[in-house]
Ligand binder design. Sequence first.
Ligand SMILES: NC(=O)c1ccc[n+]([C@@H]2O[C@H](COP(=O)([O-])OP(=O)(O)OC[C@H]3O[C@@H](n4cnc5c(N)ncnc54)[C@H](OP(=O)(O)O)[C@@H]3O)[C@@H](O)[C@H]2O)c1
Length: 334
Amino acid sequence: MNPKVVAVVGATGLVGRKMIETLENRNFPVKAIKFLASERSRVRKLAYKGEEIPVEVLDENSFKGIEIALFSAGGSTSKKFAPIAAKDGCVVVDNSSAWRMDPEVPLVVPEVNAHEIKNHKGIIANPNCSTIQMVVALKPIHDFARIERIVVSTYQAVSGAGQNAVQELLNQMQAYVEGKPLEIKVFPHQILFNCIPQIPQKDAFEANGYTNEEMKMVNETKKIMGDPSIQVTATTVRVPVISSHSESVNIQTEKKVTVEKARELLANAPGVVLMDDPAKQVYPLATMAAGRWETFVGRIREDISHPRALDMWIVADNLLKGAAYNAVQIAEYL
Ligand SMILES: NC(=O)c1ccc[n+]([C@@H]2O[C@H](COP(=O)([O-])OP(=O)(O)OC[C@H]3O[C@@H](n4cnc5c(N)ncnc54)[C@H](OP(=O)(O)O)[C@@H]3O)[C@@H](O)[C@H]2O)c1
């Protein structure tokens, strides 16, 4: 591949910094790289392959000469600047939810629907983190037995809500140890020692009682799998874990899938690591998935309440497979 001129938008954020690290670790062919963020980061520098690069303030002229831009600076920034970048001839891989359900924009998880990348018109959307890891694990089973219905409950890390959210959990831990009152700013309730069934933190609930995050899992799964007939219901929960989302997933299939067959399919699936030896207490954990690119699956069992259903436990690093690594994979296809 010819080296590319790359921009990272939101370079100072949790996902942006993971994007930079992933470009470095995968030896992405970079001709030149530009880091963009808000006015707040004007004086900052970030390292790329040992070189200190100043962070520039994002504006309408930022994309002249850029070939690929990885965006992770929130929905409103993407809504405004992704079309400007595309107009300047740059291909945008966008991490926000701004473009995901636009019928003109491919929504891509390379292990599932890499063929959609070539249909882009300047913007490609990276799906929601919880959806990405679920579809990586479910695609091989869907191809074999057609999934009719998915029931998922998530256990999502605080890093999914950005760096202020990670800091809030750490601050609450410290305050608790020191016997001081816990400060609550980012999350709607104390996150330390708690599970909060509301994602995102603000304006979460839709008229049907589901949260935005839950409806993203419903709608994005159908679009990525290319099958609007798959029925999905989700409950998304924030837990006091720093990195990696875990998911309890129940699937009902048209054709029966045994545990052995599911293990065989997943053992051979791209991007999946099967970790399923419960007798030896081997199953995926958030702590071991953190820092890894793959999606981990275990606790596979036949659902005793239904003749054609399976339960499983799916874990992946939300900042890597759920965001930065998936975006860099798309850039590699480009
Ligand atoms: N965290 C995850 O697991 C995850 C997963 C998938 C997708 N995402 C999405 O990725 C995006 C970033 O998430 P994050 O967790 O990295 O958040 P974060 O840690 O809070 O970082 C936000 C980044 O956006 C930049 N930014 C904010 N407003 C801006 C503006 N008006 N102009 C230019 N830059 C601006 C910030 O720059 P300053 O430092 O200058 O403020 C910072 O670099 C969000 O859209 C999020 O939904 C996150």
